[in-house]
Design a protein around this ligand. Structure first.
Ligand code: SF4
Ligand code: SF4
Length: 505
């Protein structure tokens, strides 16, 4: 990037993060080079030399690359297509879904799956995060035109605005990627549930073991329910969408295999890779490397500038002494919790023990007690308003199996709390355990930002978040209590993780 134009026109260049391979020789480009380079100047040079730029040397080299690796290409194709055929034997084609992100891995997975099953009409699902590269949307359009028989579904969260949520709970950071559920997994789950309801489905994903340490812990096939140590059934928390088995035909493939297949088979792919990106996802993802950010400044100048300005304003709001440095050095990506963010108050459970009744707590609510609050207590049993004392607007909750009352719930007036609810546990062996689960529902009531995780979590489709209402359908809820267990929802609500501050109450 600091070299004269066309210096490398007759060399093969591959990029992987900040490492470049020039004619096979590895060259590390330090981050400082990206920081020093003039984005404006490079953008101007790209325009000036556009006509003279050519792929001819690249194409010659690629021909040699494909010829030299033809056996490997044949092997990976045969192995993966056989895997697809074997894995899908138990599923009708209608229940097979191809997860399509517009990236290179899902491009290959989609192609392999269609060829292996000789079926051009498979369901493809594309999660439009609203933060896609322009080239991804162009590629998706071409993909649909080139595969007219494919049933193509787009999942998009149209109810939330990324910047507005960032204002409220802070921008995503490496450890705080709330956007993955809100803008990707959640909308995809909704679309799948709409099509398949409770049917078992098989989804082919482009997951690769070598992609990250996290991915290396996956198996090539992951089932929604797996066998626990004692032979019991447990929910597989690697599966974000329930009722589906996930399989990856390219699980063992390396990056180079992906390109061998794409170039060797002459498949269309996302132009973002031609611009130099090695990963295609959300353009502002905190996991993007320096080079990707640098490229976005060149190719998406307006969005990049708006994002940088937002990050600087946010840094000022949370009291960073040197906001520009905090943003430009990438420290914002390491942010943890909700320090300095007003919404962080909502995840602190504030309560007082009742002085007149045992096993009763008075919880602070951030808005008035209503039926929506009561609906959040559905996982504990059957809500029986008719059994409560009318004068105090009490509701009794009966254990679903024994019909014994286990909770008494009533709106309450408490000094220091604008709104409050009193909840008493009864007839249980472990009052504290039940009260802890109740407190998670109070947290959800106060803090829910509609991240959609709960919708994905409930295997019975009992939870739905419509407009501003978090609802649990008492007829669908099986009282499995997964949604009130910290194992599946850290602290009872994902916002606890994203907004947690050091001084807990
Ligand atoms: S309650 Fe929390 S985890 Fe559940 S959808 Fe709302 S924000 Fe997400
Ligand atoms: S996860 Fe679903 S079925 Fe289980 S308790 Fe919660 S709402 Fe009910």
């Amino acid at each position: 990037m600091t070299a004269k134009p066309f210096k490398y026109i007759n060399k093969t260049i591959w990029a992987n993060g900040n490492r470049y391979y020039v004619d096979g020789k590895s060259k590390l480009v330090p981050t400082s080079v990206f920081k020093r380079a003039s984005v404006e100047q490079i953008a101007e040079l790209l325009v000036e030399y556009k006509e003279q730029n050519s792929y001819s040397f690249f194409e010659q080299t690629v021909k040699k690359f494909i010829k030299a690796n033809s056996e490997r290409l044949q092997y990976i194709f045969t192995e993966s297509t056989q895997f697809i055929r074997d894995t899908s034997k138990a599923y009708p084609d209608e229940n097979i879904v191809v997860s399509f992100s517009g990236g290179k891995d899902s491009t290959v997975t989609a192609d392999l799956t269609r060829r292996a099953l000789s079926n051009p009409s498979l369901v493809h699902i594309f999660g439009d995060t609203t933060l896609e590269f322009p080239s991804t949307l162009e590629y998706v359009k071409r993909f649909r035109e080139n595969n007219p028989k494919a049933i193509f579904k787009t999942a998009k969260n149209k109810e939330q605005d990324f910047y507005k949520v960032c204002e409220d709970i802070g921008p995503p950071a490496r450890m705080l990627r709330w956007c993955c559920y809100m803008f990707k997994t959640g909308p995809i789950t909704r679309v799948l549930n709409n099509i398949y309801r409770n049917m078992d489905i098989l989804t082919f994903y482009g997951i690769r073991k070598s992609e990250s340490v996290n991915r290396s812990k996956y198996n090539r096939v992951e089932f929604a329910i797996k066998e626990g140590k004692n032979g019991n059934e447990i929910v597989n928390d690697k599966i974000k969408i329930q009722n589906q088995t996930v399989a990856s035909p390219i699980f063992m493939w390396k990056d180079i295999d992906i390109w061998l297949y794409i170039l060797g088979e002459g498949i269309d792919f996302n132009d973002a890779y031609r611009l130099g990106y090695d990963r295609v996802g959300c353009w502002c993802c905190p996991n993007n490397n320096e080079r990707a950010q640098f490229l976005s400044q060149i190719y998406m100048p307006e969005q990049s500038e708006r994002w940088r300005k937002f990050l600087i304003d946010f840094s000022i709001k949370i009291g960073k002494p040197d906001p520009e440095v905090y943003v430009d050095s990438g420290k914002w990506k390491a942010r943890q919790g909700g320090n300095g963010i007003a919404a962080a108050e909502d995840v602190k459970i504030k309560y007082t023990n009742c002085t007149t009744e045992e096993n009763a707590k008075i919880y602070k609510l951030n808005r008035p007690f209503d039926d929506n609050f009561l609906s959040l207590l559905t996982p504990f049993g059957r809500l029986a308003k008719e059994l409560g004392r009318k004068l105090i607007n009490e509701t009794i909750i009966l254990d679903i199996k024994t019909n014994v009352p286990i909770l008494s719930v009533q709106p309450f007036l408490q000094d220091g709390f604008d709104y409050a609810v009193k909840i008493k546990t009864m007839n249980v062996a472990k009052h504290d355990d039940l009260q802890r689960m109740v407190s998670y529902q109070v947290k959800k009531f106060n803090a829910c930002r509609k991240c959609l995780k709960c919708e994905s979590l409930c295997r019975f489709g009992a939870i739905s978040i419509i407009d501003d209402e978090y609802c649990i359908n008492g007829n669908k809820c099986k009282r499995c209590r997964m949604c009130v267990t910290a194992k599946y929802l850290e602290g009872g609500c994902m916002m606890d993780k994203y907004l947690r501050t050091k001084e807990r109450i």
